[in-house]
Design a protein around this ligand. Structure first.
Ligand SMILES: Cc1ncc(C[n+]2csc(CCOP(=O)(O)OP(=O)(O)O)c2C)c(N)n1
Ligand SMILES: [Mg+2]
Length: 1018
């Protein structure tokens, strides 16, 4: 039977243009195959077929304007029109929602029942005497009865039943009118009780020996480097506090990448790097010579100060040292891993992402800012380990409080599984022996400033100040010597406790886990640096300190060897080295190690970009729309399509990308539990577990972290992905510049699109939005290539080259491209072969005006301002008989980078024939001075000034932006055609090529006020 396919609801748009017809008569098409592409003045969207069949007739052609209900094609179809069945919400309710509804209903019933029978509580008589007993308990006997009941339940029915009852009590009191919030905190003791600890299968003696050697060698490498030259710096205290945390992971948990398994991903705390080198040394992966080159990277073989994949591309995987970036990047890494799995691109092997961070580091907004997302997305593949040594650089993290308790509340409140590892095994007996509850009470009340001092000042001090507060506690430790008390260790230094915590974290499902491990900064450094405020900076240990350190960890070195600060590595056949290597073999290989086995992605054929190289005729469109069109076409390329990862921080509609929602779906790990409010529309909000778009919400740092995860997928997951992150250009490098820098270090491959760019082009939004400097910011990143194209063919040429270089040739570069929201017509790409090369190198001759052959000027325009320059060139020719070469400059950054390289070569090779810079190739044989203008500050075009050997004048948008119309803004910043003409005339007059009267007349004609202050002062 014949079926008619009509234009569906396309939202607020009417009379939209058909820009592509994607089927032919007699084509057999399937349901959801695209039929036509429609384009409004803001976005383009494909219309999919709603049924299967053969095309009988096509009722539209390219250029037609259509609205809802317009007939597109007729199909001969066997099947009935397949209306999407309305989802039966009741049938499909997820269990969580059902529970919430049930709970709410129960509450209502209960409230009703209670209301009927409730005896209203009597108002308290103000004069009634309230008996306040010690510690705020008004009725200790009653308290005792409740506690005894609970103990009985615990004993007879177990902890789950006890917890259930407590929960019931809390809920009941809430329903009865109490609004006291359930505490997110547990007492200041370990989360895992000794009975529940999973025992480590490891040989503790040998593991202690190995750990001691790693401790020694890592401290030795820092001390040796600083003996050589104190400029080099480094840290001892941080790794000293974290050694056990890393060792237990390395010996028992962290699986490496190999041909059978994808590998766990570990984000090491940046300045604990010496510990990782010291272990790699024992493993035979790093030589003692390399250890001696710690922080001396200028010559090959040096070890980088911190984890930097750029500097050690076969070793480090994640740049973590700018605090806060590791945590946020690891969260999005964990999410991206699930994304790949859910999209069917990656096998689910139960890989984990571990992130180590300092307790001081948790104050960075980036560290905690995304923990809500981790819980919401149920990232049970993510484990944070916070090394709570209670200190940061200058002093205590929370001298007056307790960082572990604070973090426990925050993480648990966000929905994480929290495991506290506070006390070591020696405390277990004491805690068991204490029947008064005073020990936990004392643990709860001591603040971190005190805990720090306890470990700096010895056993007698702890006896007096900690246990001494209560006679019962003094009694508890009366049989212990001061040395025994000193040995009461902290959880993070106890391999048993750490093992149990890691094991438990590995078993946890449904939520991310944070392990809060209490440690001592500078553990083992003694008087020179254990738990004191200067520990962080300690990089020199004198002989006495070194001997102490050796003795503390029983490192088998003679006094003389200690004095020489020798490294210690037992022979390969020693039990230690054999054990260490066997552990790693069992876990699949070495860590950290960076590699990539990703296949390249074939560059899409030129055909995909063909439409962008044609003239748009009368049709006006913005480069942002061109980009969206291009992406729509790329989604038809079978190699590229599945690898595209569009990332948007809640701005899809701003950029006209809402068509992607239906077409490729928004990634949502739980699918879509609701019928979207706009479900009738073609671009309705479609969330899908296989969705391709990462719609990040208003979260540029998160979006950047997703972009980095996707752009490094070629190494972390051995599958190349093509992330395209589109944002307001002002909220790009300026907002998340440090992540962009880390992305460069991480060798991220992908596109950053600074949309709505240009200080005068994004008109109404004003000072905080009008970007006139993002190209300056992007220029500082060595492997970032940035472009400011004007026309569709420029953009598509750059984009295709990006795909070719990054994803086909696998170069470690990334692209920053600005696109604008100003609609204008686009010309056909000039035939000349040099154009493509010029676009990529940064400039090409767009047009030559050569009518009068008297006076000539070189005009350089970029981005939105190229069009002002074109108009200026025409005025100069028509009204002043001045010829010009009009250059489109797509990238001042690229031009400069090439020029400094050539200049350097020429200076270093004075006897050779000098090479020409590309700028010279373009400009050296041309006539007349240069006038350059862009929608960015003058510094942008000034970059090439020294390489032109000509009079060069820059114009741009220096100063704060402001809101107004484009016309007024360009006038204000003096980059409109009138100013460009006037300035050109003035430049020519200054160069004595024309009389100054022309410039003066133009100033008058265009009503330019020479007394107006420069916009930087306004
Ligand atoms: C963004 C940023 N700011 C400052 C620093 C300098 N810095 C390096 S380590 C450190 C103190 C870290 O304290 P914490 O996170 O508690 O780690 P710990 O060494 O105590 O384990 C600081 C301030 C940095 N690396 N990154
Ligand atoms: Mg710390």
């Amino acid at each position: 039977m014949s079926q008619q396919l009509l234009v569906p609801d396309i939202g607020d748009f009417d009379e939209v243009e058909v820009i592509e017809v994607l089927v032919k008569v007699s084509d057999k098409i399937k349901k959801n195959d695209p039929i036509v592409t429609l384009e409004s003045d803001k976005s383009s969207v494909e219309v999919p077929s709603t049924f299967e069949g053969t095309v009988e007739s096509i009722n539209v052609k390219v250029g037609d304007k259509v609205s809802k209900g317009h007939l597109l094609v007729t199909l001969n179809s066997e099947t009935q029109t397949q209306e999407i069945p309305k989802k039966n919400i009741e049938e499909k309710l997820p269990t969580d929602t059902e529970n919430i509804i049930k709970e709410a209903e129960d509450t209502l019933v209960l409230k009703k029942e209670v209301k009927e029978t409730k005896i209203l509580p009597q108002k308290k008589n103000k004069n009634e005497k309230i008996e306040i007993v010690k510690n705020g308990d008004i009725d200790p006997i009653e308290t005792k009865e409740w506690l005894e009941s609970l103990s009985a339940v615990l004993e007879n029915d177990g902890k789950n039943r006890a917890q259930f009852l407590i929960k019931q009590l809390i809920e009941h009191s809430y329903k009865e009118g109490s609004d006291l919030v359930l505490s997110r905190n547990t007492p200041y003791i370990n989360t895992i009780s000794p009975e529940e600890e999973k025992k480590s299968p490891g040989d503790q003696n040998i593991e202690r020996k190995i750990r001691s050697l790693i401790r020694w060698n890592s401290a030795a490498m820092v001390v040796r480097a600083n003996k050589k030259n104190p400029e080099l710096g480094g840290h001892i205290g941080t790794f000293a506090s974290a050694a056990t945390l890393y060792d237990v992971g390395m010996n028992h948990f962290w699986r490496a990448k190999n041909n059978k398994f994808g590998g766990d991903l570990i984000y090491f705390q940046g300045h604990s790097a010496p510990g990782m080198y010291a272990r790699a040394y024992l493993e035979g992966r790093i030589t003692s010579k390399e250890l001696d080159s710690f922080r001396q990277e200028v010559n090959p073989g040096g070890l980088s100060s911190y984890p930097h994949p750029w500097l050690m591309p076969k070793f480090w995987q994640f740049p973590t040292v700018s605090m806060g970036l590791g945590p946020i990047m690891s969260i999005y890494q964990a999410r991206f891993t699930k994304y790949l799995i859910n999209r069917g691109l990656l096998k689910d092997e139960g890989r984990k992402i571990w992130c180590f961070l300092g307790d001081g580091e948790t104050d960075e907004p980036e560290s905690l800012g995304a923990i809500g997302l981790a819980a919401r997305e149920k990232l049970d593949n993510l484990i944070f380990v916070v090394n709570c040594n209670l200190q940061r650089l200058d002093g205590p993290v929370r001298g007056n409080g307790k960082i572990i308790q604070e973090l426990e509340g925050i993480f648990r409140g966000a929905g994480w599984n929290v495991i506290k590892v506070i006390w070591g095994s020696y405390w277990d007996t004491l805690l068991a022996k204490d029947k008064t509850g005073l020990l936990i009470k004392r643990m709860n009340e001591a603040v971190d400033g005190e805990y720090q001092a306890f470990k700096a000042k010895g056993g007698a001090f702890v006896r007096e100040k900690f246990f001494g507060k209560y006679p019962e506690l003094l009694n508890l430790v009366s049989q212990m010597t001061d040395k025994d008390i000193w040995r009461l260790n902290r959880g993070g230094h106890d391999p048993h406790k750490v093992y149990a915590a890691y094991h438990s974290a590995m078993q946890n499902t449904g939520t991310p886990t944070v392990i809060l491990a209490k440690t001592i900064k500078g553990y083992g450094m003694g008087k020179s640096g254990e738990s004191i405020n200067t520990t962080h900076q300690q990089k020199k240990l004198d002989e006495k300190d070194l001997l102490y350190y050796r003795d503390r960890f029983d490192v088998p070195l003679t006094d003389q060897q200690v004095k020489n600060i020798e490294y210690y590595k037992p022979p390969d056949n020693s039990p230690e080295i054999k054990y260490l290597k066997e552990c790693r073999i069992k876990l699949g290989g070495n860590l950290p190690e960076r590699s990539s086995f990703a296949k390249s992605i074939k560059t899409p054929s030129e055909d995909i970009f063909k439409a962008m190289k044609e003239s748009t005729g009368e049709k006006e469109m913005s480069t942002t729309m061109v980009l969206v069109r291009m992406l729509t076409s790329l989604l038809r390329d079978k190699n590229v399509a599945p690898r595209l990862v569009p990332i948007i921080p809640d701005e899809a509609r701003t950029f006209g990308m809402e068509g992607f929602f239906q077409k490729i779906g928004i990634y949502a790990h739980e699918g879509q539990k609701y019928e979207p409010v706009d479900s009738e529309q073609l671009s309705s909000y479609r969330e899908d577990v296989k969705g391709q778009v990462l719609e990040e919400g208003i979260n540029e740092a998160g979006a950047m972290s997703s972009w980095i995860a996707a752009g490094t997928s070629y190494t972390n997951h051995d599958i190349s992905m093509i992330p395209i992150y589109i944002f307001y250009s002002m909220f790009g490098f300026q907002r998340t510049g440090d992540l962009a820098w880390a992305a460069g270090d991480n060798q991220t491959r992908g596109f950053l699109i600074g949309a709505t760019a240009g200080r005068t082009t994004l008109a109404g939004e004003g000072l905080q939005h009008g970007d006139g400097h993002s190209h300056i910011l992007s220029s500082v990143i060595p492997n970032c290539k940035s472009y400011d194209p004007t026309f569709a063919y420029e953009l598509s040429t750059i984009f295709r080259e990006g795909l070719r270089r990054m994803h086909d040739k696998q170069e470690n570069i990334f692209y920053y491209i600005t696109t604008m929201n100003e609609n204008y017509t686009h010309p056909k790409m000039p035939k000349d072969k040099s154009v493509e090369k010029g676009i990529l190198k940064g400039m090409y001759l767009f047009k030559e005006y050569n009518k009068y052959k008297k006076t000539k000027i070189q005009l350089l325009g970029s981005g939105a301002i190229l069009r002002e320059m074109i108009k200026a060139a025409e005025i100069l020719q028509n009204e002043y008989h001045i010829d010009s070469n009009l250059w489109s400059v797509t990238s001042y950054n690229e031009l400069r980078k090439e020029a400094i390289e050539v200049e350097r070569y020429n200076l270093l090779n004075p006897d050779k024939r000098p090479k020409k810079t590309y700028i010279e190739e373009c400009l050296s044989s041309t006539e007349g001075p240069i006038v350059a203008a862009s929608d960015y500050m003058r510094l942008n075009s000034d970059q090439i000034r020294p390489f032109t050997n000509k009079s060069f004048y820059s114009f741009g948008t220096d100063g704060y932006g402001r809101s107004d119309t484009r016309k007024n803004l360009r006038k204000f910043f003096e980059v409109d055609k009138e100013h460009l003409v006037t300035y050109s005339l003035s430049v020519l007059a200054k160069e004595q090529l024309i009389a100054s009267k022309y410039a003066k007349e133009a100033i008058k004609k265009y009503k330019i006020d020479p007394e107006k202050p420069i916009p930087t002062k306004l």
